[in-house]
Design a protein around this ligand. Sequence first.
Ligand SMILES: NC(=O)c1ccc[n+]([C@@H]2O[C@H](COP(=O)([O-])OP(=O)(O)OC[C@H]3O[C@@H](n4cnc5c(N)ncnc54)[C@H](OP(=O)(O)O)[C@@H]3O)[C@@H](O)[C@H]2O)c1
Length: 473
Amino acid sequence: MPERTIGIALLGGGVVGSGVVKILTEQRDLLRRRTGIHFDVRHVVVRDLAKPRDFPAGLRVSTDANAAIDDPTVDIIVEVVGGTTHAAHYVERALKSGKPVVTANKSLLAARGTELFSLAKKHNTCVAFEASCGGGIPIIASLQHGLIANRIDALVGIVNGTCNFILTKMTQNGWSYADALKAAQDAGFAEADPTMDVSGRDTAQKLAVLASLAFNARVSEADIHIEGIDTLQADDIAYAKELGYVIKLLAIAERKSAHGAAGSGQGGGSDRKNSFDTGAPSSAGHQTILGDAISLRVHPTLVHSTDVLADVSGSFNAISVFGHALGHALFYGRGAGSLPTASAIVSDIVNVGLGVTPLAFKQLAILPDATSPARVLPFNELLSRYYLRLMARDEPGVLAQVTKILGDNKISLRAILQHEVNDSQLVPVIITTHLAREGAIQTSLKEINALPTIQAPTACLRIIDQPKEFAAG
Ligand SMILES: NC(=O)c1ccc[n+]([C@@H]2O[C@H](COP(=O)([O-])OP(=O)(O)OC[C@H]3O[C@@H](n4cnc5c(N)ncnc54)[C@H](OP(=O)(O)O)[C@@H]3O)[C@@H](O)[C@H]2O)c1
């Protein structure tokens, strides 16, 4: 096979950029043997030239991104700067000059992906973004290629390693949120300002990218209901464990047919009609892809301890995808870090170099610039099971008042858990429900919290059920 050279400009030489340099340097021969292409890093652009770096001798390191992008010997621009200001400028400049861009920047894609994809098409080039979600896990390629024969019914992921590390420490060691966050910071898994991670926004930005591909509809961060882990109580993790669940921060996107969205479940409806009951088409028949509403949410969620996602620990990521033909597929691996993320970047560089990505980018009508805005299920319409923790005064009749409120709102109970406490203490009462509407739950919570016997706001978490094909029996 005739060999050729492809010139790379690497914008950013930090955690991910240095991993890309390492792989392209150390695996130069392997990549050349496999692809017939010599990938040559011609520029690394950074902000501060004085910083010590572990780069091979002879690498051209500068602060001039524009010169690197405009260099005629550069064929592919890799953006690993991060953020949405300078990175956007560099990506636009590269695309306008017809050069393909490889990026790991989910914030940029969630904010401006549609516009940048169409800019790329206008200039007959492409954007590759495997590293933007799930770090080294090849989830983008799987959604774009491996699963293309499937109508995707649901995508459920643990896509933020920082939150998963914190929740794992809280679950396994019984730590408070504050202690677990400090351990994550000490271990280098959490930033000094962890807000993007713990608020759920980073997870939502990744979900916007993944759901757009899975459902062939334009999803933005604003479409997603977001709750983070920063208000989660250690008590709820302990009670969830007692009930057979672990709490995970999940990114959830699931198709709700018109029937499913408006169907039963108002009080004691069968839990088989749960979030994952994707086996058979609804009685309305399967609708067109764009005719279905999509439920999009990020929140701490009770996952049954036998669910595969319950075993995803520490900084690992996992994404469950439910395709109508394949059924359940699980993508598991390291969702961040220098080499795992660089693994995804280099796979993009290779696929751009081979011509696979430019062709697919041009031909496939699945990217958000070629699809319509998603029809988003209003969050109040969500049908889910719930976990509630009330803090009540130990007085006769409290439970009767609470169950009456829930009953009046057509919410039926699945379990109640209450421990003996000393006379002077408040009694935590844990309730799990059958399927209920979010709107009905929120109305009930307002009424419950207004009761004189309820002494603190009631904790409310959602429970996700196992997919039917994995349910016991
Ligand atoms: N870290 C991960 O595990 C991971 C995983 C998946 C995706 N990502 C994404 O990858 C991107 C990069 O993340 P990272 O962790 O590698 O960040 P990082 O370690 O902070 O590296 C950023 C790099 O960009 C350079 N830079 C910043 N502003 C610049 C500017 N205006 N012009 C030129 N260079 C500039 C920095 O220069 P200096 O070195 O001189 O400061 C640094 O080399 C982000 O979009 C992030 O979300 C990261």
